[in-house]
Ligand binder design. Structure first.
Ligand SMILES: Nc1ncnc2c1ncn2[C@@H]1O[C@H](COP(=O)(O)OP(=O)(O)OP(=O)(O)O)[C@@H](O)[C@H]1O
Length: 277
């Protein structure tokens, strides 16, 4: 399936399997993340979501299967090569430099793509400096304003509340100009207000930037609210996928989450997470 244009950012996972010794973390997993969509990867603890994410971002090499990005087989490419192709990810536990300012952390996201490296910066300081200034202007206009973090841009990341730190992490990923954004539990540990803000920013990234988004997330209310497509893993296998409404009514999903096949009970739980303050 290669109908999307090259810049579109469509990801396809085909028959992917991953084992740790005798433990099969992923078994013959296939799904697609359509260009410009928000796709959520959900499942109970130990279902294989993080393993899948690590295969997609290039941290793990699967024993079987392929990962295609706009039709190109990227399975053998390591993480930095995927970053150059336009993969950017955030982490479950915030991965920022706590002593550095918000702005400097965000700029680090882009340095992977800049033409001038440290040596060139010394030798051709004029060109490197111009590139740095252009980068700063673009980041300030496009990312800092967009994510409403102007007021904290000169503050050290470590001094910020958790929800804002997660937003800075999103900003750093956006500075990489991603074609696909991989969000690992973007609202984990957030209160309801922080969760709603983050959900809105994720939707805005999709709508205003057209970026493809794949997220792993446990907050079912948030997943059902903003996803276009949901893929459900259990014991390393895809047990259901489709629209949020289809997935939450699927008895196999209900069984995996609640140990019973009653969709009404799952709906009740989703509503409870949405209403919880
Ligand atoms: N590095 C590893 N070495 C050995 N086993 C691992 C490793 N990483 C994951 N596993 C195992 O693979 C299976 C899938 O784990 P994974 O972390 O991918 O699940 P998950 O769906 O992300 O779970 P959670 O929601 O709890 O984060 C589990 O049985 C886990 O114990």
């Amino acid at each position: 399936m290669n109908e999307a244009p090259r810049e579109a950012g469509r990801l396809e996972v085909q028959g992917l399997s991953l084992s740790f010794g005798g433990l099969k973390a992923l078994r013959d997993v296939s799904f697609a993340v359509e260009a410009g969509s928000i796709t959520a990867l959900i499942g109970p603890n130990g279902a294989g979501k993080t393993s899948m994410f690590n295969c997609i971002s290039g941290f793990y090499r699967p024993q079987q299967g392929r990962i295609l990005f706009d039709g190109e087989n990227v399975t053998a490419r390591h993480a930095p090569a995927r970053a150059k192709l336009g993969f950017a990810r955030t982490f479950q536990n915030i991965a920022l430099f706590r002593g550095m300012t918000v702005l400097d952390n965000i700029k680090l996201g882009r340095h992977a793509h800049m033409k001038s490296n440290a040596l060139q910066a010394l030798a051709y300081w004029g060109a490197a400096r111009r590139e740095e200034i252009a980068l700063r202007e673009e980041i300030e206009k496009r990312i800092i304003d967009f994510l409403e973090i102007n007021h904290i841009r000169h503050m050290p990341v470590g001094s910020l509340p958790y929800g804002l730190q997660k937003r800075v992490e999103l900003a750093r990923a956006l500075a990489m100009k991603p074609r696909i954004l991989l969000l690992d539990e973007p609202v984990a540990g957030m209160n309801r207000e922080e969760t709603e803000d983050m959900a809105r920013f994720i939707l805005d990234v999709k709508e205003e930037w057209g970026t493809t988004i794949l997220m792993v997330e446990h907050d079912m209310g948030m997943v059902m609210d903003i996803s276009d497509h949901v893929v459900v893993l259990n014991f390393g296998q895809v047990i259901a996928q489709g629209l949020p409404s289809e997935v939450q009514a699927d008895p196999r999903v209900v069984e995996a989450y609640l140990g019973s096949g009653d969709p009404a009970a799952l709906m009740k739980r989703i509503n409870e997470t949405q209403e919880a303050a």
